[in-house]
Every structure is written in structure tokens, then in C-alpha cells.
Write a protein that binds this ligand. Sequence first.
Ligand code: F6P
Length: 343
Amino acid sequence: MRIGVLTAGGDCPGLNAVIRAVIRCASADDVDVLGIKNGWRGLVENDHLELTRASVLGILPRGGTILGTSRLNPLKDPQLMGRLKENLRVLRLDGLIVVGGEGSLSVARDLWSDHQVQLVGIPKTIDNDIRGTDFTFGFDTAVSIVTDAIDRLHSTAESHHRVMVVEVMGRHTGWIAAYGGIAGGADIVLVPEHPFRITKVCELLSNRKKDGRAFSIIVVAEDAHPHPDEDFLTEEQNSSIYRHDRLGGIGEVLADKIERCTDIQTRVTKLGYVQRGGSPTAFDRILATRFGIKAYEMVREGNWGQMVAIHGNRIMSVPLADAVGELKRLDDEIYRVAEVFFG
Ligand code: F6P
């Protein structure tokens, strides 16, 4: 038996733990594993390498992916699809494990349903926005990084009596912002699911100052929007912050607005790609390992078109068709927990 594994979309901590788990299971069964390089691009360009136990030595704690990744979507171009199918035929893979986020797993879903490519999916993303699973690996690491940053920002904010705006990733959902904000003790958390009123934000900060709490921490998700009734963004700001392929910049504009409406010195930290880099937490290493083992078992069983998932600490498989296509928005209960500590 010969199987393939690829990692596609944005990287995240834990990808190497998945690859290692697949290889360890496969080598125990004498199953050959081909590592496809750079996501779907590797299948289009026939770029791959044999993976053995030796290839995965020491990779468990390493961030990123030893296979490389890309955001190429072969379904967008029939020529790419033609090459991908031809390469798959030549490679004679009995099954493919696709480790991806919402975008790459949607491609996997269609490759299975429309082109009968025998595959199983594993959900990864720091954003935790995949509907079919309680958690994706990578998320816990990102939240730890945000928490650590907020802890550090607290002391400098307090010393200078400043407002600190921390902009975090999350694409169209507020999971990282809410979890990071709760863990770091943020005074306000702004997420895409709840458009914010700038007057309320400024009022809350001014009240804190009046009450003798001269510093504040605001966590803002990269896709958080002002409420339409109080939209203070220019058209130009709107189009540069909320770009389809890249979000970022709301923190700067927000800080500027806050400084003007409260008269409190305000600074911004955009955490950016540090949230995605480096070594995975123990939780992510374990989750990624469990996902890798389950995905391998699913391949052995021919359980195609499915995705590995965790629900209530049980690892299971769910149909890709149900797991992707619509984002998993921030849970209201989690937002309400963050809200208890506003102000
Ligand atoms: O999907 C993960 C993510 O890190 C988002 O949080 C962020 O908006 C995006 O990727 C950045 O993507 P890119 O690597 O294409 O700049």
C-alpha cells in the first residue's frame, strides 16, 4: 500500500506532529508514504519525497511543516486539475491525507465528491474556524502566544498609564481574540461576530481612568468591524484593512480614534505571524498526533471523503461535506465570558 500526505494553506504549529504520527503508524504496517510538497502545488508539479521513520526524527517540537505549503487551489484552473489528476494516476496512491484549513479542506471535499480522489482530511488552523470539529490544532499555541503578549503588555501599559491595543489574527472569526483576551485579562475584546460601537469603547476606557485604573488592554481581531451606525472608517481604510487575501490594520486606526476621543495615550501591537510560528504547545502536539493516527486508520479502512474531528475529547470522523463550507463562528457563551470582564 502507498499513501500520500500533504499540508496546504497557512502553516500552523502541529503540522510536523501530524506527519510524524502518520509515518510512525505507516512504517509499523510497512505502508509506503509519499510526502507531497507545498500543498496541492506538489500534486500539480509532481513534487514529492519518500517519507521514512528517519525523515521524521526530531520533528515533533518543530513549528511549520517539513513538507512546505502553499495556498494554490487547483480547482480554479482546469489545466491545473488535468495535471493533478494525471500525476495522481502515475503516482498510484491508494489514499491521500490532506492536512488543511477551511479553504484546502473545501478543495478536498470537492476532489472527493466530484473527482473521486480517495482522501481524508485533517483540520489545522490557528483560527479554530472549522465547523466540523470543536478544536483545530495550532489554535492553542496561538492563544498561548497572545496570552503571553498581553501579560507583557500589561506591565508597560500600567507603567505609562496607556491604552494598549493588541491586534490578533483569526480571519473572519473571533476565537483567538476571545480566548487570548480571556486568558490575558483584556479589558475589552472586539470580534467580527459583534460589531463594536466606538462611543462605548471610549466611554468604557474613560470610566476606567476616572475609577483610577489608568491603563487598559484592548484585544481586537483583524476582521472586527465598527457597528454600521457608528462607522468611522474612511473608504480607503476600509479597503486596505479588509482585503480579501489579507486582513490587518484595524488596530492602528482604532488606536488613533481612541486617543482622540479619550485623550489617553494609546499604542498598538500587531502580533502578526508570530502567532503562527514556533513550537506547538503540549495540547497541540497531542491533538495533532491523535488526528494523524486517526486519519491513518481511516485511510486503512477506506473511509474516504471524511475529516478527523474532536468532539468532547473524543476523536472521530465526520463527512467533509458537513465539516466545511461554512465557518464556525465564535461561540456566544465564550464571548459572554470575555464580556464579564469588560471595563
Ligand atoms: O488562516 C490562518 C491565518 O493565519 C489567518 O489568521 C490570517 O488572516 C491569514 O492566515 C494570513 O494568511 P497569509 O499567510 O496568506 O498571509
